[in-house]
Ligand binder design. Structure first.
Ligand code: ZN
Length: 80
């Protein structure tokens, strides 16, 4: 079985189920808690965007995942 690791928190996702307990967004795999936390982070920014623009929203999500991933990689480097 294919193992999936969340790109935002680095945790392995057990019994990965697309759009169930993890989400594939662009090139990233994100677990459900991380997706929720990213959505919470983006929500206040989204309120200022009328009308809603899905591509723009997607872009914000991807940027936030990339930021978390960079931080994650930095942390790993520091531990070595
Ligand atoms: Zn995660």
């Amino acid at each position: 079985m294919k193992k999936i690791t969340c790109d935002a928190c680095g945790q392995e996702i057990e019994n990965p189920l697309p759009d169930g307990n993890y989400f594939h967004i662009e090139d990233w795999d994100v677990c459900e808690p991380c997706k929720e936390s990213i959505e919470l982070e983006i929500r206040p920014i989204m309120r200022g965007k009328v009308p809603f623009d899905y591509d723009w929203y997607r872009d914000l999500m991807v940027k936030s995942i990339a930021q978390r991933n960079a931080k994650l990689k930095g942390d790993v480097k520091r531990l070595r």
